[in-house]
Design a protein around this ligand. Structure first.
Ligand code: UD1
Ligand code: UDP
Length: 364
Protein backbone atom coordinates (compact mmCIF):
# COMPACT_ATOMS: atom_id res chain seq x y z
CA UNK A 1 0.00 0.00 0.00
CA UNK A 2 1.40 3.42 -0.95
CA UNK A 3 -0.46 5.71 1.43
CA UNK A 4 -1.30 5.54 5.12
CA UNK A 5 -3.72 7.97 6.75
CA UNK A 6 -3.56 8.31 10.53
CA UNK A 7 -6.15 9.83 12.87
CA UNK A 8 -6.66 9.55 16.62
CA UNK A 9 -8.64 12.48 18.00
CA UNK A 10 -11.85 14.35 17.26
CA UNK A 11 -10.43 17.25 15.22
CA UNK A 12 -8.24 14.97 13.10
CA UNK A 13 -11.11 12.71 12.16
CA UNK A 14 -13.12 15.76 11.07
CA UNK A 15 -10.30 17.50 9.22
CA UNK A 16 -9.00 14.35 7.53
CA UNK A 17 -12.48 13.35 6.35
CA UNK A 18 -12.33 15.49 3.16
CA UNK A 19 -8.92 13.98 2.30
CA UNK A 20 -10.16 10.43 2.90
CA UNK A 21 -13.24 11.14 0.78
CA UNK A 22 -11.09 12.54 -2.02
CA UNK A 23 -8.79 9.50 -1.98
CA UNK A 24 -11.84 7.23 -2.13
CA UNK A 25 -13.39 9.24 -4.96
CA UNK A 26 -10.26 8.80 -7.06
CA UNK A 27 -9.93 5.13 -6.22
CA UNK A 28 -6.55 5.69 -4.56
CA UNK A 29 -5.89 2.88 -2.10
CA UNK A 30 -4.78 3.72 1.42
CA UNK A 31 -4.60 2.18 4.84
CA UNK A 32 -6.58 3.96 7.49
CA UNK A 33 -5.25 3.85 11.04
CA UNK A 34 -6.83 5.06 14.31
CA UNK A 35 -4.39 5.52 17.20
CA UNK A 36 -7.01 5.20 19.96
CA UNK A 37 -6.03 8.48 21.67
CA UNK A 38 -9.70 9.48 21.79
CA UNK A 39 -11.75 6.42 22.65
CA UNK A 40 -15.19 7.47 23.93
CA UNK A 41 -17.98 6.99 21.38
CA UNK A 42 -18.81 10.71 21.35
CA UNK A 43 -15.15 11.74 20.92
CA UNK A 44 -14.39 9.38 18.04
CA UNK A 45 -16.77 6.76 16.65
CA UNK A 46 -19.64 9.21 16.22
CA UNK A 47 -17.52 11.15 13.71
CA UNK A 48 -16.48 8.06 11.80
CA UNK A 49 -20.16 7.17 11.44
CA UNK A 50 -21.58 10.63 10.70
CA UNK A 51 -18.88 11.54 8.20
CA UNK A 52 -19.18 8.18 6.45
CA UNK A 53 -15.55 7.21 6.89
CA UNK A 54 -14.32 3.69 6.24
CA UNK A 55 -13.75 1.37 9.16
CA UNK A 56 -10.05 1.72 10.08
CA UNK A 57 -7.91 -1.18 8.88
CA UNK A 58 -6.07 -0.92 12.18
CA UNK A 59 -7.11 0.74 15.43
CA UNK A 60 -5.35 0.60 18.76
CA UNK A 61 -6.56 0.30 22.31
CA UNK A 62 -4.02 2.15 24.42
CA UNK A 63 -3.03 0.96 27.90
CA UNK A 64 -1.12 4.13 28.79
CA UNK A 65 -2.59 7.55 29.52
CA UNK A 66 0.47 9.65 30.38
CA UNK A 67 1.58 11.60 27.31
CA UNK A 68 5.10 10.19 26.86
CA UNK A 69 4.19 6.58 27.56
CA UNK A 70 1.07 6.90 25.45
CA UNK A 71 3.14 8.20 22.55
CA UNK A 72 5.68 5.42 23.06
CA UNK A 73 2.90 2.86 22.95
CA UNK A 74 1.45 4.40 19.79
CA UNK A 75 4.88 4.33 18.12
CA UNK A 76 5.46 0.67 18.95
CA UNK A 77 2.02 -0.29 17.64
CA UNK A 78 2.27 1.88 14.58
CA UNK A 79 5.70 0.58 13.61
CA UNK A 80 4.33 -2.98 13.57
CA UNK A 81 1.40 -1.93 11.41
CA UNK A 82 3.57 -0.02 8.96
CA UNK A 83 5.86 -3.02 8.66
CA UNK A 84 2.84 -5.26 8.08
CA UNK A 85 1.78 -3.04 5.18
CA UNK A 86 5.35 -2.95 3.83
CA UNK A 87 6.21 0.60 4.79
CA UNK A 88 3.84 2.85 2.81
CA UNK A 89 5.53 5.52 0.67
CA UNK A 90 3.61 8.40 2.26
CA UNK A 91 1.86 8.88 5.57
CA UNK A 92 -0.72 11.65 5.86
CA UNK A 93 -1.15 13.24 9.26
CA UNK A 94 -3.09 16.31 10.39
CA UNK A 95 -2.55 18.95 13.04
CA UNK A 96 -0.67 18.87 16.31
CA UNK A 97 -1.81 16.20 18.74
CA UNK A 98 0.34 13.57 20.44
CA UNK A 99 -0.97 11.01 17.94
CA UNK A 100 0.44 13.06 15.10
CA UNK A 101 3.88 13.47 16.64
CA UNK A 102 4.02 9.74 17.41
CA UNK A 103 2.96 8.93 13.84
CA UNK A 104 5.41 11.41 12.33
CA UNK A 105 8.39 10.09 14.28
CA UNK A 106 7.51 6.49 13.47
CA UNK A 107 7.21 7.25 9.75
CA UNK A 108 10.51 9.11 9.84
CA UNK A 109 12.31 6.13 11.34
CA UNK A 110 10.84 3.74 8.75
CA UNK A 111 11.61 5.95 5.75
CA UNK A 112 7.95 6.69 5.03
CA UNK A 113 7.48 10.22 3.74
CA UNK A 114 5.26 12.45 5.84
CA UNK A 115 2.58 14.75 4.45
CA UNK A 116 1.51 17.20 7.15
CA UNK A 117 -1.95 18.65 6.69
CA UNK A 118 -2.33 22.00 8.52
CA UNK A 119 1.40 22.68 8.66
CA UNK A 120 2.97 25.94 9.82
CA UNK A 121 0.61 27.04 12.59
CA UNK A 122 2.42 28.77 15.44
CA UNK A 123 1.09 30.20 18.69
CA UNK A 124 4.59 31.07 19.96
CA UNK A 125 3.29 29.86 23.33
CA UNK A 126 5.63 27.22 24.69
CA UNK A 127 3.22 26.19 27.46
CA UNK A 128 1.16 24.36 24.85
CA UNK A 129 1.84 20.68 24.08
CA UNK A 130 0.39 21.36 20.62
CA UNK A 131 3.10 23.97 19.94
CA UNK A 132 5.80 21.41 20.81
CA UNK A 133 4.17 18.81 18.58
CA UNK A 134 3.54 20.99 15.53
CA UNK A 135 7.07 22.38 15.49
CA UNK A 136 8.60 18.91 15.60
CA UNK A 137 6.18 17.47 13.03
CA UNK A 138 6.84 20.29 10.57
CA UNK A 139 10.58 19.68 10.75
CA UNK A 140 10.30 15.98 9.86
CA UNK A 141 7.68 16.36 7.10
CA UNK A 142 8.38 15.99 3.39
CA UNK A 143 5.22 17.72 2.24
CA UNK A 144 3.89 20.63 4.28
CA UNK A 145 0.31 21.57 3.49
CA UNK A 146 0.06 25.07 4.92
CA UNK A 147 -3.51 26.37 5.14
CA UNK A 148 -2.58 30.04 4.62
CA UNK A 149 0.25 32.34 3.54
CA UNK A 150 0.92 33.19 7.18
CA UNK A 151 1.48 29.51 7.94
CA UNK A 152 3.80 29.26 4.93
CA UNK A 153 5.77 32.27 6.19
CA UNK A 154 6.21 30.61 9.59
CA UNK A 155 7.64 27.55 7.88
CA UNK A 156 9.99 29.56 5.67
CA UNK A 157 11.28 31.47 8.69
CA UNK A 158 12.13 28.18 10.40
CA UNK A 159 13.86 26.83 7.28
CA UNK A 160 11.91 23.58 7.30
CA UNK A 161 13.32 20.81 5.19
CA UNK A 162 10.27 19.69 3.17
CA UNK A 163 8.28 21.18 0.28
CA UNK A 164 5.64 23.77 1.24
CA UNK A 165 2.25 24.14 -0.46
CA UNK A 166 -0.53 26.59 0.44
CA UNK A 167 -3.76 24.59 0.19
CA UNK A 168 -6.37 26.13 2.50
CA UNK A 169 -7.67 24.29 5.55
CA UNK A 170 -9.61 21.06 5.05
CA UNK A 171 -12.08 22.09 7.77
CA UNK A 172 -13.60 24.54 5.29
CA UNK A 173 -14.02 21.61 2.86
CA UNK A 174 -15.67 19.62 5.67
CA UNK A 175 -18.29 22.29 6.37
CA UNK A 176 -19.02 22.48 2.61
CA UNK A 177 -19.30 18.71 2.20
CA UNK A 178 -21.54 18.13 5.19
CA UNK A 179 -23.57 21.35 5.29
CA UNK A 180 -26.79 19.69 4.09
CA UNK A 181 -26.53 17.19 6.94
CA UNK A 182 -26.21 20.05 9.39
CA UNK A 183 -29.47 21.51 8.05
CA UNK A 184 -31.14 18.12 8.50
CA UNK A 185 -30.44 17.96 12.24
CA UNK A 186 -30.83 21.67 12.95
CA UNK A 187 -34.50 21.73 14.06
CA UNK A 188 -34.07 18.76 16.35
CA UNK A 189 -30.92 20.18 17.91
CA UNK A 190 -32.49 23.58 18.51
CA UNK A 191 -35.62 22.04 20.00
CA UNK A 192 -33.38 20.63 22.73
CA UNK A 193 -31.73 23.95 23.54
CA UNK A 194 -33.35 25.60 26.55
CA UNK A 195 -32.67 29.18 25.47
CA UNK A 196 -33.68 31.32 22.52
CA UNK A 197 -30.34 33.11 22.39
CA UNK A 198 -27.11 31.68 23.73
CA UNK A 199 -23.34 31.80 23.88
CA UNK A 200 -21.77 28.56 22.67
CA UNK A 201 -18.84 27.62 24.90
CA UNK A 202 -16.11 25.00 24.59
CA UNK A 203 -13.00 24.81 26.77
CA UNK A 204 -10.42 22.05 26.98
CA UNK A 205 -6.83 23.22 26.42
CA UNK A 206 -4.40 21.64 28.90
CA UNK A 207 -2.78 24.98 29.84
CA UNK A 208 -6.26 26.24 30.77
CA UNK A 209 -8.13 23.39 32.39
CA UNK A 210 -5.21 21.73 34.17
CA UNK A 211 -4.60 24.96 36.10
CA UNK A 212 -7.12 25.27 38.98
CA UNK A 213 -6.81 29.08 39.01
CA UNK A 214 -7.65 29.36 35.34
CA UNK A 215 -10.45 26.85 35.70
CA UNK A 216 -11.93 28.84 38.60
CA UNK A 217 -11.84 32.01 36.48
CA UNK A 218 -13.60 30.12 33.70
CA UNK A 219 -16.36 29.10 36.12
CA UNK A 220 -16.69 32.76 37.20
CA UNK A 221 -17.11 33.78 33.56
CA UNK A 222 -19.85 31.18 33.05
CA UNK A 223 -21.61 32.30 36.24
CA UNK A 224 -21.70 35.96 35.22
CA UNK A 225 -22.39 35.61 31.51
CA UNK A 226 -25.03 38.16 30.44
CA UNK A 227 -26.40 35.65 27.90
CA UNK A 228 -27.33 31.99 28.62
CA UNK A 229 -24.64 29.44 27.89
CA UNK A 230 -24.79 26.17 25.96
CA UNK A 231 -21.74 24.15 26.84
CA UNK A 232 -20.80 20.79 25.26
CA UNK A 233 -18.21 19.69 27.77
CA UNK A 234 -14.93 17.97 26.88
CA UNK A 235 -14.13 14.89 29.05
CA UNK A 236 -10.82 16.40 30.15
CA UNK A 237 -12.57 19.48 31.53
CA UNK A 238 -15.32 17.50 33.25
CA UNK A 239 -12.64 15.45 34.98
CA UNK A 240 -10.72 18.54 36.12
CA UNK A 241 -13.84 20.36 37.36
CA UNK A 242 -14.64 17.31 39.47
CA UNK A 243 -11.05 16.95 40.69
CA UNK A 244 -10.79 20.63 41.72
CA UNK A 245 -14.19 20.62 43.47
CA UNK A 246 -15.78 23.02 40.96
CA UNK A 247 -18.34 20.73 39.37
CA UNK A 248 -21.27 21.55 41.67
CA UNK A 249 -20.65 25.30 41.19
CA UNK A 250 -21.02 24.89 37.44
CA UNK A 251 -24.11 22.73 37.76
CA UNK A 252 -25.78 25.32 39.99
CA UNK A 253 -25.53 28.12 37.42
CA UNK A 254 -29.16 28.66 36.36
CA UNK A 255 -28.45 29.99 32.87
CA UNK A 256 -26.18 27.15 31.70
CA UNK A 257 -27.02 24.02 29.74
CA UNK A 258 -24.22 21.49 30.00
CA UNK A 259 -24.41 18.78 27.36
CA UNK A 260 -22.13 15.89 26.37
CA UNK A 261 -19.67 16.29 23.49
CA UNK A 262 -21.80 16.62 20.37
CA UNK A 263 -21.68 14.91 17.00
CA UNK A 264 -20.29 17.06 14.19
CA UNK A 265 -23.58 17.95 12.54
CA UNK A 266 -25.23 18.66 15.88
CA UNK A 267 -22.33 20.82 16.98
CA UNK A 268 -22.25 22.85 13.79
CA UNK A 269 -26.02 23.35 14.06
CA UNK A 270 -25.40 24.82 17.53
CA UNK A 271 -22.64 26.98 16.14
CA UNK A 272 -24.72 28.23 13.22
CA UNK A 273 -27.47 29.40 15.57
CA UNK A 274 -25.56 30.92 18.49
CA UNK A 275 -25.00 34.66 19.07
CA UNK A 276 -21.32 34.34 19.90
CA UNK A 277 -18.74 31.65 20.58
CA UNK A 278 -16.39 31.59 23.59
CA UNK A 279 -13.73 28.93 23.22
CA UNK A 280 -10.12 27.89 23.49
CA UNK A 281 -10.51 25.44 20.58
CA UNK A 282 -8.43 25.74 17.45
CA UNK A 283 -10.92 24.31 14.97
CA UNK A 284 -13.78 26.52 16.13
CA UNK A 285 -11.79 29.64 15.26
CA UNK A 286 -11.67 28.34 11.69
CA UNK A 287 -15.21 27.02 11.33
CA UNK A 288 -16.62 30.31 12.65
CA UNK A 289 -15.27 32.00 9.50
CA UNK A 290 -17.05 29.68 7.06
CA UNK A 291 -19.43 31.75 4.88
CA UNK A 292 -22.40 29.65 6.04
CA UNK A 293 -21.54 29.94 9.75
CA UNK A 294 -19.98 33.45 10.25
CA UNK A 295 -19.90 33.95 14.01
CA UNK A 296 -17.81 36.15 16.30
CA UNK A 297 -15.40 34.28 18.57
CA UNK A 298 -13.90 35.28 21.89
CA UNK A 299 -10.74 33.21 22.22
CA UNK A 300 -10.27 32.29 25.89
CA UNK A 301 -6.51 32.15 25.63
CA UNK A 302 -3.57 34.52 25.61
CA UNK A 303 -2.39 33.48 22.15
CA UNK A 304 -3.69 32.02 18.93
CA UNK A 305 -2.06 30.06 16.12
CA UNK A 306 -4.94 31.22 13.90
CA UNK A 307 -4.20 34.98 13.58
CA UNK A 308 -6.11 35.05 10.28
CA UNK A 309 -9.39 34.82 12.23
CA UNK A 310 -8.34 37.90 14.22
CA UNK A 311 -7.13 39.82 11.16
CA UNK A 312 -10.44 39.19 9.38
CA UNK A 313 -12.38 40.43 12.40
CA UNK A 314 -13.99 37.11 13.40
CA UNK A 315 -11.96 36.43 16.54
CA UNK A 316 -10.63 38.38 19.51
CA UNK A 317 -8.02 36.90 21.82
CA UNK A 318 -9.33 37.95 25.22
CA UNK A 319 -7.46 35.77 27.72
CA UNK A 320 -9.22 34.32 30.73
CA UNK A 321 -9.45 37.21 33.19
CA UNK A 322 -13.21 37.35 34.00
CA UNK A 323 -13.36 41.17 34.06
CA UNK A 324 -11.82 41.45 30.60
CA UNK A 325 -13.74 38.53 29.07
CA UNK A 326 -17.11 39.74 30.37
CA UNK A 327 -16.40 43.29 29.16
CA UNK A 328 -15.55 41.92 25.70
CA UNK A 329 -18.67 39.78 25.74
CA UNK A 330 -20.88 42.78 26.62
CA UNK A 331 -19.15 44.77 23.90
CA UNK A 332 -19.66 42.17 21.22
CA UNK A 333 -23.32 41.66 22.16
CA UNK A 334 -23.96 45.39 21.81
CA UNK A 335 -22.07 45.89 18.56
CA UNK A 336 -23.58 45.65 15.13
CA UNK A 337 -21.00 43.34 13.64
CA UNK A 338 -20.14 43.20 9.98
CA UNK A 339 -18.21 40.00 9.45
CA UNK A 340 -16.56 39.27 6.08
CA UNK A 341 -18.29 36.98 3.61
CA UNK A 342 -15.09 35.05 2.93
CA UNK A 343 -13.05 32.76 5.12
CA UNK A 344 -9.32 33.38 5.45
CA UNK A 345 -8.86 29.61 5.74
CA UNK A 346 -9.55 28.63 2.16
CA UNK A 347 -12.10 27.97 -0.54
CA UNK A 348 -13.16 24.41 0.28
CA UNK A 349 -10.76 22.79 -2.19
CA UNK A 350 -7.89 22.02 0.16
CA UNK A 351 -8.35 18.24 0.02
CA UNK A 352 -8.33 18.23 -3.79
CA UNK A 353 -5.04 20.14 -3.79
CA UNK A 354 -3.52 17.89 -1.14
CA UNK A 355 -4.47 14.67 -2.93
CA UNK A 356 -3.24 16.07 -6.28
CA UNK A 357 0.16 16.70 -4.74
CA UNK A 358 0.37 13.39 -2.88
CA UNK A 359 -0.58 11.37 -5.95
CA UNK A 360 1.92 13.24 -8.11
CA UNK A 361 4.68 12.61 -5.57
CA UNK A 362 3.97 8.87 -5.42
CA UNK A 363 5.48 8.64 -8.88
CA UNK A 364 8.80 10.21 -7.76
C1 UD1 B 1 -6.18 16.34 22.65
C2 UD1 B 1 -5.06 17.13 21.97
C3 UD1 B 1 -5.53 18.56 21.72
C4 UD1 B 1 -6.83 18.57 20.96
C5 UD1 B 1 -7.87 17.72 21.67
C6 UD1 B 1 -9.11 17.63 20.83
C7 UD1 B 1 -2.77 16.48 22.61
C8 UD1 B 1 -1.56 16.90 23.36
N1 UD1 B 1 -3.87 17.20 22.82
O1 UD1 B 1 -6.43 16.93 23.91
O2 UD1 B 1 -4.55 19.24 20.96
O3 UD1 B 1 -7.29 19.91 20.90
O4 UD1 B 1 -7.35 16.40 21.84
O5 UD1 B 1 -10.25 17.41 21.59
O6 UD1 B 1 -2.73 15.52 21.87
N2 UD1 B 1 -10.64 11.54 27.67
C9 UD1 B 1 -11.77 10.77 27.80
N3 UD1 B 1 -12.28 10.19 26.67
C10 UD1 B 1 -11.73 10.33 25.44
C11 UD1 B 1 -10.59 11.12 25.31
C12 UD1 B 1 -10.05 11.72 26.44
O7 UD1 B 1 -12.30 10.63 28.89
O8 UD1 B 1 -12.25 9.77 24.45
C13 UD1 B 1 -10.09 12.18 28.88
C14 UD1 B 1 -9.10 11.27 29.61
O9 UD1 B 1 -9.19 11.53 30.95
C15 UD1 B 1 -7.77 11.77 29.09
C16 UD1 B 1 -8.04 13.28 28.97
O10 UD1 B 1 -9.39 13.36 28.54
O11 UD1 B 1 -6.72 11.49 29.95
C17 UD1 B 1 -7.16 14.00 27.99
O12 UD1 B 1 -7.20 13.36 26.73
P1 UD1 B 1 -5.99 13.54 25.70
O13 UD1 B 1 -6.30 12.81 24.46
O14 UD1 B 1 -4.69 13.27 26.36
O15 UD1 B 1 -5.97 15.10 25.44
P2 UD1 B 1 -7.13 16.11 25.06
O16 UD1 B 1 -7.29 17.04 26.20
O17 UD1 B 1 -8.32 15.39 24.56
N1 UDP C 1 -16.72 19.56 17.81
C1 UDP C 1 -17.76 18.64 17.78
N2 UDP C 1 -18.50 18.44 18.91
C2 UDP C 1 -18.26 19.12 20.06
C3 UDP C 1 -17.19 20.06 20.09
C4 UDP C 1 -16.44 20.24 18.94
O1 UDP C 1 -18.03 18.04 16.74
O2 UDP C 1 -18.96 18.91 21.06
C5 UDP C 1 -15.89 19.73 16.60
C6 UDP C 1 -15.76 21.15 16.10
O3 UDP C 1 -16.77 21.46 15.18
C7 UDP C 1 -14.38 21.14 15.47
C8 UDP C 1 -13.61 20.12 16.29
O4 UDP C 1 -14.59 19.33 16.95
O5 UDP C 1 -14.43 20.67 14.14
C9 UDP C 1 -12.75 20.84 17.28
O6 UDP C 1 -12.27 19.94 18.21
P1 UDP C 1 -11.56 20.42 19.55
O7 UDP C 1 -12.04 21.76 19.94
O8 UDP C 1 -11.74 19.31 20.52
O9 UDP C 1 -10.03 20.44 19.14
P2 UDP C 1 -9.08 21.58 18.57
O10 UDP C 1 -9.66 22.08 17.30
O11 UDP C 1 -8.97 22.63 19.62
O12 UDP C 1 -7.78 20.87 18.40
Amino acid sequence: MSIAVVVGTRPEIIKMAPVVKELEKRGVEFIFIHSGQHYDYEMSQVFMEELGLPRPHESFKLDNSNPASQMGEMMIKLEKVLEKYRRPRVMLIQGDTNTMLAAGLTALKLGTRIGHVEAGLRSFDWRMPEEHNRRMIDHVSHYLFAPTDIAKKNLLEEHVWGEIFVTGNTVIDAVDIYFDKIREVEDKVLSQVKFKEYVLVTFHRAENVDDPHVLRDFVRILGRSPLPVVYPIHPRTRKRLQEYGLWSQVEEIPHIQIIPPQGYFEFLALMKNCRVIMTDSGGLQEEATHPKIRKPVLVLRTSTERPEAVIYGFARVVGINPVVVLAELEKILNESLKLPEQSPFGDGKAAIRIVDIVVSRLET
